[in-house]
Design a protein around this ligand. Structure first.
Ligand SMILES: C[S@@+](CC[C@H](N)C(=O)[O-])C[C@H]1O[C@@H](n2cnc3c(N)ncnc32)[C@H](O)[C@@H]1O
Length: 310
């Protein structure tokens, strides 16, 4: 098993947290602990809480952080449960929270997880293997319309309609059980000339199905306000996304939390009681340098946004 994962926007994200050496920090997407280890290096007397819904990531992180385990608490859970996670640890507020959304290289490398369109495996794609809902359910049970919607929205795949049609036709013959079976169906749906250009033809559809299986957008949307409210004054949240829909969620949610009045303009006096909860530190998202993209092509679509609790 190869767990090599190059952390994306590492310096930018960790610097952006403005780490206080005795502060409490949360890495909600621990993965290979690439960001966490940098945070821990900057702590003296502080604590890092590392959360991942993938038990394999927790095991790996334990190894990577082995010299600092006294300052680290690792939790196998979904970051959407952050309120309960912190209250179980008797922690009321923290000084910084990092999210680095998406799939890790180690998850792609683990053949049997079904994340990769290069390796044949059962259609799975669960980040949390204790859950029941898998890619098989999406591919074999969703209606043609639902398939088209997720492939179009989450994959930004312009051939979504044909791919959904071809999946449903194939299902009438036999269930689509494996990743490479699905790749064959996708290839048949996309005209050969288009297939020969650019990325692997399965890339966008696989991304869409993974986002659906793990409820990634809903979880992100629900988590940002809770996370901001768990920050001490001056505490920061830094979020790295890889997909335009994810980035839009972060941008819009930050904007909402930044408003101190949401009354309609025709009302002369504010009656809404809304208070500004955060200051937005990055008006425009931070993106990787050319050098980073060359060194780590996975970073190409990444965007980092940072906000500070007021
Ligand atoms: C891109 S990787 C993080 C890599 C890490 N920052 C590093 O540099 O090593 C994303 C990780 O977050 C985890 N993850 C994604 N969504 C999650 C969620 N809602 N709750 C907890 N963990 C999640 C995945 O299982 C994966 O291990």
């Amino acid at each position: 098993m190869n767990f090599e994962h190059i952390p994306v926007l590492l310096r930018e994200a960790v610097d952006g947290l403005n780490i206080k050496e005795d502060g409490i920090y949360v890495d909600g997407t621990l993965g290979g602990a690439g960001h966490s280890i940098e945070i821990v290096k900057r702590l003296t007397g502080g604590k890092l809480i590392g959360i991942d819904q993938d038990l394999n990531a927790i095991t790996k992180a334990k190894e990577v952080l082995k010299d600092d385990l006294d300052n680290v608490i690792l939790v196998h859970d979904n970051y959407v449960n952050i309120e309960n996670i912190l209250s179980d640890l008797h922690i009321e507020k923290v000084d910084g929270i990092l999210l680095d959304i998406g799939v890790s290289s180690h998850q792609l490398d683990e053949e049997e997880r079904g994340f990769s369109y290069h390796k044949d495996a059962p259609l799975d794609m669960r980040m949390d293997k204790t859950k029941d809902f898998t890619a098989w359910d999406v591919v074999n049970k969703y209606s043609e319309r639902e398939l088209e919607r997720i492939i179009w929205d989450y994959g930004e795949e312009r051939w979504a309609k044909r791919i959904a049609e071809f999946i449903v036709d194939e299902r009438k013959v036999k269930p689509i059980d494996t990743t490479l079976q699905l790749v064959d169906v996708i290839k048949a749906a996309i005209p050969k000339k288009v297939r020969m250009e650019g990325h692997h033809p399965g890339k966008k559809t696989f991304q869409a199905i993974r986002i659906e299986v793990n409820g990634e957008l809903d979880v992100l949307k629900a988590s940002i306000p809770k996370m901001c409210r768990l920050l001490n004054k001056g505490g920061r949240i830094a979020i790295i996304t890889f997909h335009s829909l994810e980035d839009r969620i972060v941008k819009e949610t930050f904007k909402e939390l930044n408003k101190d009045c949401i009354c309609p303009p025709e009302i002369p006096i504010c009656v809404c009681d809304k208070e500004k909860e955060i200051e937005i530190i990055t008006r425009k998202p931070i993106v990787p340098t050319k050098i980073e993209i060359e060194r780590n092509p996975r970073s190409r679509s990444s965007k980092l946004r940072i906000a500070e609790r007021v």
